[in-house]
Write a protein that binds this ligand. Structure first.
Ligand SMILES: *Cc1c(COP(=O)(O)O)cnc(C)c1O
Length: 412
């Protein structure tokens, strides 16, 4: 039976294991602990010699099913899920880096990730931010104590596309762990293993959960990195298959000790959302392209940022690497149009901060997610005061186009 297509695999991959009572969807397991007839089996579970579940902070059958699903999507070696995307990123750094270590990150980052990285600096793990749209900037920032490099595929709100393949070369050359946050592209548009990424991060909250009703995060080890050459693996985890050392330390040292555990109810909701990932994202990208083509030609629109537009600096890169250029874009209004009045004239589009929902969402960037940094820093990052970020949903595109038309008419 052929199960080669993306969606077929996501829907049917878990049938390799018997699902309880023939249930088509993995049941939600609420139990925190698991009992064993033979105490030796209980001991074996803790020692890794007997297959079974120990304690809900580290492992749960419903969460394990989602981990397999995400792993299947990213063609990974193994995947660990977390309570949020931030939980995944924070745990990754906590588990793999130590005082005195250094890492390089793209400066075009999700705002809270940027804030988290600065917090780590206060704990003795230093970070250098670079413009990662060109890997030469990454190479220039590498030091003897550098351990990893972190980039996002498409950055929000300005949609810069990282030099994903060039950065892989730099990491390979210096033996660095190459971490790619694939939230914006999703495994349907792009699988970072194809650009030699070692760890793939997701905020499952966004496209994979896909309905704005649940938080979650994940880390996938693609199986490429040579953990035997990594100095920070604890002796306890230097056992068995070396390919698994890193993800084991992330699960044990990271998830177990830090406790950013995904709840079974949340995992169930994310797994259900994940089944329609390809359908939703296809429509979201189609809507984004149509809206950007419309805005790009509109006389009252000053600029549009979308990797699917020919004048985008990374248009060719996005075309080469991604199935479609994503469902996120941003645009600036002409001088004289009040951004709030414009946004308030939108009737279908919802004024909200999230991304990857089925509904189209808009946010005034400078006044919300970039407010804290102030006008000078915003200007240096190319964030115009009139910049609006859009996360396209799955609405019928004509309704969205009419909504923007009405808003322009009402405010110009
Ligand atoms: C939202 C987001 C995160 C954080 O995920 P949460 O689930 O909100 O904690 C990390 N990276 C990117 C690119 C995101 O968009």
């Amino acid at each position: 039976m052929a199960m080669v297509g993306f969606t077929t695999r996501i829907l049917h991959s878990d049938r390799e294991d018997a699902i309880e009572h023939g249930s088509l969807h993995k049941p939600v397991h609420g139990s925190v602990a698991y009992g064993y007839e033979d105490a030796r089996d209980l001991a074996g579970v803790f020692q890794g010699t007997h297959k079974g579940y120990s304690y809900g902070r580290q492992v749960n059958p419903t969460v394990s099913a989602l981990e397999k699903q995400v792993n299947e999507m990213e063609r990974g070696l193994d995947t660990v899920c977390f309570s949020t995307g931030m939980g995944a990123i924070g745990t990754m750094l906590f588990a793999l880096l130590r005082r005195g270590d250094h890492f390089v990150s793209s400066s075009f980052l999700f705002g809270n990730t940027n804030s988290l990285f600065n917090s780590f600096a206060a704990h003795g793990v230093d970070v250098t931010f670079v413009d990662a749209t060109d890997a030469k900037h990454v190479a220039e920032a590498v030091r003897p104590e550098t351990r990893l490099v972190f980039v996002e595929t498409i950055a929000n709100p300005r949609t810069q596309v990282a030099d994903l393949e060039g950065t892989a070369e730099v990491c390979e050359q210096h033996g660095l762990i190459y971490v790619v946050d694939n939230t914006m592209t999703t495994p349907y548009l792009y699988q970072p293993i194809d650009s030699k990424a070692d760890l793939v991060i997701h905020s499952l909250t966004k496209y994979i959960g896909g309905h704005g009703n649940v938080l979650g995060g994940s880390i996938t080890d693609t199986g490429r990195y040579d953990w035997q050459s990594f100095t920070n693996i604890y002796d306890t985890y230097q056992k068995g298959d070396a390919a698994k050392w890193g993800i084991t330390q992330i699960r044990k040292k990271g998830l177990r000790d830090f406790g950013a555990t995904l709840d079974a109810e949340a995992a169930n909701r994310i797994a259900l959302g994940a089944e329609t990932l390809a359908l939703r994202v296809t429509k979201q990208c189609e809507n984004a392209q149509r809206l950007c083509d419309y805005l790009d030609a509109h006389p009252d629109c000053k600029a549009v940022y979308y990797p699917g537009l020919r004048d985008h600096p990374e248009y060719d890169r996005a075309k080469q690497l991604f199935r479609y250029p994503g469902g996120i874009f941003s645009f600036e209004l002409n001088e004289g149009i009040d951004i709030f009045e414009f946004m308030n004239s939108l009737r279908v589009v919802i004024k909200s901060s999230n991304l990857g929902d089925t509904r189209t969402l808009a946010i005034p960037v400078a006044h919300t997610i970039y407010y804290e940094m102030g006008p000078e820093r915003r200007a240096s990052m190319g964030i115009d005061e009139s910049l609006i970020r859009i996360s396209t949903g799955i609405e019928d595109v004509d309704d969205l186009l009419a909504d923007f038309d009405n808003a322009f008419e009402a405010t110009t």
